[in-house]
Design a binder for this molecule. Structure first.
Ligand SMILES: *Cc1c(COP(=O)(O)O)cnc(C)c1O
Length: 510
C-alpha cells in the first residue's frame, strides 16, 4: 500500500469507524456465534498473492463483525467501563505512525517527556500527593504501563526486593532465598484476581483478608493478620489495597491501613484501576484519605477516562526502589543524557514501549478537566437513575447502593431466581450484563452487575436497559414462582453458581 492509496482507504476507514459508532444501537450488542465460527469463513493459510484492499475491507462486516461484542454500545453493561473516544483513537493512530519504541529518553525524547507531563497533569487532576509528580523535587513520578495487573506484579517484585535489601543491612550474610520463603503479602478477599496472581507469579504467599460487611478491608483486620503472621515467623512486606473493587466497587480503608504499613515497613500499593478516574471530581476524594502512605498508586484511564486500551498509569513515591532494583544496562542502550531524565524501560517489565502518552494528551486536551468531570458525573447519575427505577419496581433489591456508576442488584428471593433472571436477559440479548457472587453476612449472594460503559449513554438508554430487565423479570417470575420462597421449597440457597454466560435454558431462546 502506498501513501496515495493509504490516503484514500484511510478516509474510508475513518468513515467506517464513525458510522460504526453512530449506528451502534442498531447492532445486537452480543455476538451470536459459537466457538470456532471463524475457521470455516477463512482459508487455511495466508494468501500467496497480494489481495485487493476492497476485498479485505468487505470481510470486516462479513467475517469480523458477527463475532464482535459491541463494548461501545449503550446496551453493553458488562465488566467495567472501557475507555475509548475519537481523540484517543487519533492518538493511537499518530503513535502507530511515528512507531518509535521509547525504552530510553534517547530513543524517543517526546515519548518520554510527554509521558512525564501527562502523568503529572493526571496526578494533579486527581488530587494525588505532590511526591508522585515528576515536577516535584523528590524521587517520585508517573509512568504509563500496559495494565493494572502488570503494575501490581511489578510492585510486588519491587517491594520484595526492598524488604530483602533492608534485611541485608542488618545481616549481610543472610540467605536471600530462604528469607523470601517467609515473606507474606496481603489483599482483601475482594481484590482483583490479578492481585492474587501476582503473588503466584512472584512466588510469595498472598493472603486474602476478609472484608467487612461493606466489602471494605479494615485496618483492624490487617493488624491482626500481621500479628498472627509475625508470630509464625513470617515477614509481611506488601499489601494491595483497592479503591473501587471489581465486584461491587467497594473501597478499602486506606486511612486505617496506611499508618500500619508505615509502622511495619510494608509497601502499600493502591489499585484504583476503575474508580481512580472519579477522583477528578473533588466530591469523591474522601476515599483518598490516607493516600500519602502509599508507595505506589495505579489507575486505568483505559477504563473510565476515555482512553482506548491499553493505558494504565502508575505513580511511585521513590523510583529508586524500582529503577535500581532491576537495573540491567547493556552498552547499546546507553546514552549521554542518562540520569538526567527517566529511561522508562527501568520502570516496567518489558523493554519496549509504545507512544501511549499521545492518546492521553489528546483526551485531556480535547475534553479538559471539566469535560472529564462531566463525563464521570453523567455516568454516576445514569447509574442512580437505573437504581431508582429498580427500587421503584419493588421486585428488586440492591446488593450494595449504586456506587461510581456501577449498579449491583438482584431479584428478591433465592439466588437461583436471580441467576435465572441473568440467564434470561442474556438469552434475549437486548443488553449485556455479567453476574457476580459474593459472601455477605455469612452467606453467598448472587447478584447482577450493570456498569455504565459507553460514552454515548443517555437516560433513554437507561430506560431501554430497565425495560429489558423488567421484561425478563416478568418471565422468570411467572415460570419460576416456586423459587420465590426459599424455605417453603427447601431450596438450599447458599450455593456457588456455575457461571456460564452462554448456558441458557432452551426455552428462553426465543
Ligand atoms: C480491571 C481491574 C484490574 C485489572 O486491570 P487491567 O488493566 O486489565 O490489568 C485490576 N484491579 C481492579 C480493581 C480492576 O477493576
Amino acid at each position: 500500500m502506498d501513501s496515495k492509496q493509504f490516503r484514500e482507504v484511510g478516509k474510508q476507514m475513518i468513515d467506517y469507524i464513525a458510522d460504526y459508532h453512530d449506528n451502534i444501537r442498531q447492532r445486537s450488542v452480543k455476538h451470536n456465534v459459537s466457538p470456532g465460527y471463524l475457521l470455516p469463513l477463512l482459508p487455511d493459510s495466508a494468501p500467496e498473492d497480494p489481495e485487493r484492499w476492497e476485498d479485505i475491507f468487505k470481510d470486516i462486516e462479513k467475517v469480523i463483525m458477527p463475532g464482535v461484542m459491541h463494548w461501545r454500545s449503550p446496551r453493553f453493561h458488562g465488566y467495567f467501563a472501557v475507555g475509548g473516544s475519537y481523540p484517543s483513537i487519533l492518538g493511537d493512530m499518530l503513535g502507530d505512525a511515528i512507531g518509535c519504541i521509547g525504552f530510553s529518553w534517547a530513543s524517543g525524547p517526546a515519548c518520554t517527556e510527554l509521558e512525564m507531563v501527562t502523568t503529572d497533569w493526571l496526578g494533579k487532576m486527581m488530587g494525588l500527593p505532590e511526591h508522585f509528580l515528576h515536577s516535584h523535587s523528590g524521587l517520585g513520578g508517573g509512568v504509563i504501563q500496559t495494565t493494572a495487573s502488570e503494575t501490581v506484579l511489578l510492585c510486588v517484585l519491587a517491594a520484595r526486593n526492598r524488604m530483602v535489601a533492608r534485611m541485608k543491612e542488618t545481616d549481610p550474610d543472610m540467605n536471600h532465598h530462604s528469607v523470601i520463603s517467609r515473606f507474606v503479602c496481603y489483599s482483601s478477599d475482594q481484590a482483583n484476581s490479578s492481585v492474587h496472581r501476582s503473588g503466584l507469579l512472584a512466588d510469595v504467599r498472598m493472603r486474602k483478608l476478609q472484608s467487612d460487611d461493606n466489602f471494605s478491608l479494615r485496618g483492624e483486620t490487617l493488624r491482626k493478620a500481621i500479628e498472627e503472621d509475625k508470630a509464625k515467623g513470617l515477614i509481611p512486606f506488601f499489601i494491595c489495597a483497592t479503591l473501587g473493587t471489581t465486584g461491587c466497587c467497594a473501597f478499602d480503608s486506606i486511612k486505617e491501613i496506611g499508618p500500619l504499613c508505615e509502622k511495619e515497613g510494608i509497601w502499600l500499593h493502591i489499585d484504583a484501576a476503575y474508580a481512580g478516574s472519579a477522583f477528578v471530581c473533588p466530591e469523591y476524594r474522601e476515599h483518598l484519605e490516607g493516600v500519602e502512605y502509599a508507595e505506589t498508586f495505579s489507575t486505568n484511564p483505559h477504563k473510565w477516562m476515555l482512553c482506548n486500551y491499553d493505558l494504565s498509569v502508575m505513580w511511585i513515591k521513590n523510583r529508586e526502589y524500582l529503577v535500581d532494583a532491576f537495573n540491567v544496562d547493556p552498552f547499546y542502550l546507553k546514552h549521554q543524557n542518562e540520569g538526567r531524565v527517566p529511561d522508562f524501560r527501568h520502570w516496567q517489565i518489558p523493554l519496549g514501549r509504545r507512544f501511549r502518552a499521545l492518546k492521553l494528551w489528546f483526551v485531556l486536551r480535547c475534553y479538559g478537566v471539566k469535560g472529564i468531570q462531566q463525563y464521570i458525573r453523567t455516568h454516576v447519575s445514569l447509574a442512580e437513575e437505573l437504581e431508582a427505577l429498580l427500587v421503584k419496581d419493588g421486585r428488586f433489591e440492591m446488593h450494595v447502593p449504586a456506587t461510581m456508576a456501577l449498579v449491583c442488584f438482584r431479584l428478591k428471593g433465592t439466588n437461583k431466581l436471580s441467576e435465572m433472571l441473568h440467564d434470561h436477559i442474556m438469552a434475549r440479548g437486548d443488553i449485556y450484563i455479567i453476574p457476580d457472587y459474593a459472601r455477605a453476612q455469612g452467606k453467598g449472594v448472587y447478584f447482577i452487575r450493570v456498569a455504565m460503559v459507553s460514552e454515548y449513554m443517555t437516560s433513554d438508554d437507561i430506560e431501554v436497559t430497565f425495560r429489558a430487565i423488567q421484561r425478563s423479570a416478568d418471565c422468570v417470575q411467572e415460570r419460576y414462582a416456586d423459587l420465590l420462597q426459599t424455605e417453603k421449597n427447601g431450596v438450599k440457597d447458599d450455593y456457588m453458581p456455575l457461571i456460564n454466560n452462554d448456558a441458557c435454558p432452551a426455552d428462553f431462546k426465543k
